[in-house]
Design a protein around this ligand. Structure first.
Ligand code: CDP
Length: 235
């Protein structure tokens, strides 16, 4: 099935098959927000996000989470398990922020009573609509059992990452994961884990893509700090 060659180009990554079981993800220097409405190119972004993803996924692998990560291929590529991606963004929230506050109210940074998992359907034109398990089943996206497994895995991965960042005095407010299935049908964590896909704060300072969304300065300076923290994870 498949073989070697170009598979897909998204807003921030290119996917190429290198054999039947693995792909090379190339992280681009593009940064986008608002379902692609805002777009810029920032030097070294691809390099930083691929290295951060590599190190954080390696950390999760060592803690028993099944991720796509195989090798970091500097400066801006990852060799990863080939997955059939599930078209969902799986968001785990520890604190209220962003679309949660817009939908349900409350203050940015307020604690949630317990971690919350949300599913949104990946579609820029539909603006990533929120989905309950019933939607996933009726629309044939995933069955209930798979959805429940994804919830458990996302909560566990988010908890492990929160603990890692806490050691370095950073607060993980929320994070987005994407999952796929491998050739044997196992659920596997894919895509990216970087300041593009989480809210990371330290003493009120922002170290994530909200800097870009809200035009608060040069996001790459903050991404560099996060990379420094992640370099404590040895590959
Ligand atoms: O406020 P915003 O609309 O960006 O989204 P949110 O639903 O509050 O996002 C929750 C978390 O998921 C944040 O850390 C976002 O950076 C991340 N996210 C993402 O990585 N990709 C998306 N398409 C949407 C959210």
């Amino acid at each position: 099935m498949g073989g070697v060659g170009f598979l897909y180009e998204g807003k921030t990554k290119i996917v190429e098959a290198i054999d039947d079981d693995s792909v090379i993800l190339t992280f681009k220097d593009d940064i986008t927000a608002g379902d692609g409405a805002k777009h810029d190119v920032m030097q070294k972004k691809g390099q930083m996000c691929s290295e951060i993803t590599s190190r954080l996924m390696h950390y999760l692998n060592t803690k028993g989470v099944y991720t796509m990560f195989m090798n970091y291929v500097p400066p801006n590529k990852i060799r990863a398990r080939k997955l059939k991606m599930i078209p969902l963004e799986v968001i785990v929230r520890f604190k209220k922020a962003g679309s949660f506050v817009r939908r349900y109210g409350g203050q940015e940074g307020e604690d949630l009573q317990s971690p919350l998992v949300e599913f949104t359907y990946k579609s820029d034109v539909m603006h990533d609509p929120l989905m309950c398990i019933e939607h996933l089943e009726v629309l044939g996206i995933v069955d209930r059992n798979t959805a429940l497994k994804v919830i458990e895995s996302a909560k566990e991965s988010a908890k492990l990452l929160k603990e890692f960042f806490e050691i370095h005095n950073f607060e993980l407010w929320d994070i987005k994961f994407e999952y796929g299935t491998d050739s044997e049908g196992n659920i596997c964590l894919g895509d990216e884990i970087s300041p593009d896909t989480m809210r990371l704060r330290k003493a009120g300072e922002i170290f994530d893509k909200d800097i870009y969304r809200r035009d608060l300065g040069n996001p790459m300076e903050k991404y560099e700090v996060v990379l420094g923290v992640c370099q404590s994870i040895l590959l």
